[in-house]
Design a protein around this ligand. Structure first.
Ligand code: ADP
Ligand code: MG
Length: 697
């Protein structure tokens, strides 16, 4: 890297040792380069004044000129609010302060010409501007387009608020010309009309218009995402090269038999496509690491089963890991039944498998008698040793840590192929980034004949009406789930709620006409199973449960899913729960019950659930609401250390960057052409843990 940019920050004009110390501690700025990459998080457009009657069209912040005509304190003494009526020649709008009312009041003057800056919002149909900035009308006119930097209390106290930081950046920009290396090949900058790196960096800090800022940001976002994708693609290539896998050459008699004779329906186009992708992987001699995404009910299990038959037909063993015992048992039962006519030995292993059964099971696994092992985490124990495990399928992956996956891989001479199935679709942009080292298959088509589930959002006050609806459905012979949240931190309270709910339901649905089951995490596994079975067999009509029934459980006759305290569930969980109904021929319903005080985010979640059944669309909204860190869990968010791009908002740029990165590697697999020199330099920094990366073609 060039010397100028790595100069320690204290040598910048206006900094010095003390401020440097603060910059390092507070916001991690050590060098000139760090400051250059400390991008403004927004801009204020002081280049023009708006009129009150134009505020409808303002998207974001507005600057107005006018005068305050009245000031009023409202609300109770504890909850005081200050409002001021602000007027220009086109109309009037309220300025509102929720905090510091008394102090602000003392600074306001009626009938003096001022300019204000703030974000107009609508409240109960009326416009107001909360906490506006107020200043005297500047001589001359508006002040242009300005960057806003985030600062901290301590930085501000030392004169480095947004304005202070802006000044430092300007000092740096003065000497910048000729110091900024270009990393992107000219081909890319020309083709996509990107600014040069130097231009973009200058402009992002000092744009003269919104358009400038956008162009600069686009260039920098693209660059950031492009290199992220390059890194991921190269890393994936290294892993591929290194990781030998079992070669499953033939399709095998078992697969063919089952496919041709024992599947009672045609596979969907998507199922066929995904199977092809898997078969292709298994033939390469490299280790397969594939993520299979498909909405609830899209038929992932069948794809998994066929893949496992492929492995077994090639004389390897296969394993299927489910996140809960109930699910493992259910998989075991359906799969054993389906494989009945074939000569495949299937076994079940969970935490509650008795030692008496466990010992012979271990032997049969080691001598290869068992072809297919289904179970829970228990499969991952060191005592479980296979003769030759060829394929592991992990169902509902979001419950498993990466470390556990790794443990699994070490159980063989070669790692078994891995197929991870998830019904929590990950938005495409995230999948491309986080699972950049996995291959991703998508089942984006439901088996024919499914009726979409009707989803309703109801308030607690209408619970009796909801009970009435349940009675109608039960009278038609249907069954009902009623789910309560059970979340660790408030476990006791939640448990009480569940029990209260159960009592209320038992009263509203009395014997002998109605029978109610209950399943929750505190029950013994055998009791849970007993209740689940009663419900599955139709002996009870209502299943009151916590989220233990969230994943996988299959009772086609259940047509109503009621979710209590739905505001406490995340979108993907709500969608998962809803997926428990709509599995049979009947019209199905999902009813979301909430209190009446809801946050805007909650309202958005409920609206989204009511509007769509599409898991991918729901995942996109989830990403907007929660951001990628929350969505993926903290252990993966290290990669989210993006300086300017935002995975929830820059989806199209991610796609473009990935395509460009792929193309570059196709044209120049070892990144050694002269025109790609910048890419090579930059990538070598990123892959410093892999100094030989360039030899891998
Ligand atoms: P997922 O695991 O993806 O949620 P499942 O594999 O449990 O979904 O499938 C849901 C139901 O759909 C099962 O009863 C399964 O037998 C059935 N099914 C799977 N594929 C098809 C298909 N191609 N046509 C009709 N039904 C199918
Ligand atoms: Mg499933």
């Amino acid at each position: 890297m060039n010397n100028f940019l790595i100069t320690p920050i204290e040598y910048l004009k206006g900094v010095g040792p003390q401020k440097a110390e603060l910059l390092r501690k507070e916001i991690g700025i050590y060098s000139f380069k760090d400051l250059l990459e400390y991008y403004p998080y927004r801009y204020v457009d002081r280049s023009r004044f708006h009129k009150v009657n134009e505020l409808l069209e303002v998207n974001g912040f507005a600057q107005l000129k006018g005068r305050i005509v009245a000031i009023q304190e409202v609300g109770s003494p504890r909850n005081k609010r200050l409002t001021a009526k602000f007027q220009d020649e086109t109309g009037m709008i309220d300025l509102v302060w929720f905090k510091g009312a008394r102090w602000i009041k003392s600074t306001l003057k009626v009938n003096q010409e001022i300019q204000i800056y703030g974000k107009p919002t609508q409240y109960k149909g009326r416009w107001n501007i909360p906490h506006p900035e107020i200043s005297k009308v500047a001589q001359g006119s508006a002040q242009g387009f300005q960057p806003v930097y985030s600062s901290t209390e301590r930085l501000s106290a030392a004169g480095m608020n947004s304005k202070g930081i802006e000044k430092l950046v300007r000092n740096l920009l003065e000497n910048l010309s000729g110091q900024v290396e270009e990393f992107l090949p000219e081909k890319l900058t020309v083709e996509h009309r990107l600014l040069t790196r130097e231009r973009a960096i200058k402009m992002v800090h000092n744009p003269t218009s919104e358009l400038d800022a956008q162009q600069a940001r686009f260039r920098l976002k693209f660059e950031e995402l492009f290199f992220l994708q390059m890194e991921l693609l190269v890393r994936k290539k290294i892993t591929m090269q290194k990781s030998k896998g079992y070669m499953l050459e033939s399709v095998g008699q078992l697969f063919t038999d089952f496919y041709e004779k024992h599947i009672p329906f045609d596979l969907t186009g998507a199922q066929k496509r995904v199977l092809k992708e898997i078969r292709r992987d298994l033939k390469t001699g490299h280790h397969m690491n594939r993520l299979l995404q498909g909405d609830v009910g899209s038929g992932k299990t069948l794809v998994a089963l066929l893949s496992m038959l492929l492995a077994i037909g090639n004389d390897y063993q296969a394993a299927l890991i489910a996140p809960t015992e109930i699910l493992a048992i259910q998989h075991y039962e359906t799969i054993s039944e389906m494989l009945e006519p074939l000569n495949v030995k299937v076994a079940l292993l969970t935490g509650s498998t008795k030692k008496k059964e466990r010992v012979p099971l271990h032997d049969q696994l080691q001598n290869g008698e068992i072809n297919l092992l289904i179970g829970t985490h228990a499969l991952l124990e060191p005592t479980v040793v296979f003769k030759n495990l060829g394929l592991v399928v992990i169902d509902e992956q979001h419950r498993f840590g990466v470390a556990q996956r790794a443990r699994m891989w070490r159980k063989n001479k070669l790692p078994p192929h891995v197929l991870i199935m998830t019904a929590t679709p990950i938005p495409r942009t995230l999948a491309m980034t986080f699972y950049g080292d996995l291959d991703v298959s998508v089942i984006d088509e439901l088996p024919p004949g499914r009726k979409p589930i009707t989803t309703m959002h109801k308030y607690d006050a209408s619970r009796l009406r909801m009970f009435g609806f349940l009675k109608e459905e039960i009278a038609k012979g249907r069954q009902v789930y009623i789910v309560y949240p059970l979340i660790q931190e408030s476990e006791k309270l939640d448990f009480n709620n569940l029990m209260d709910g159960y009592e209320a339901i038992s009263r509203a649905f009395p014997l002998p006409n109605y029978r109610v089951s209950i399943v929750h995490g505190k029950m013994k596994p055998e009791d849970k199973e007993f209740e689940m079975n009663r419900f599955a067999k139709g002996e009870t009509q209502i299943m009151v449960a916590t989220t233990v029934i969230e994943v996988g459980v299959n009772v086609p006759n259940a047509s109503v899913m009621v979710i209590e305290s739905a505001e406490r569930f995340g979108l993907s969980q709500l969608h998962q729960l809803r997926g428990r109904v709509g599995r049979g021929a009947e019209k199905s319903y999902c009813i979301l019950m909430t209190g009446d005080k809801l946050s805007p985010d909650t309202i958005k979640r409920m609206e989204t659930m009511v509007r769509t059944n599409d898991g991918f669309e729901i995942a996109e909204v989830d990403l907007q609401l929660r951001g990628p860190g929350d969505l993926l869990g903290t252990q993966q968010s290290g990669m989210l250390d993006l300086k300017i791009a935002n995975l929830s908002k820059d989806g199209p740029v991610v796609g473009m960057a990935r395509d460009c990165a792929k193309q570059l590697l196709k044209d120049d697999p070892t990144v050694e052409l002269p025109e790609n020199k910048g890419v090579r330099v930059r990538l070598s920094e990123m892959l410093s843990d892999r100094p030989n990366w360039g030899r891998i073609a």
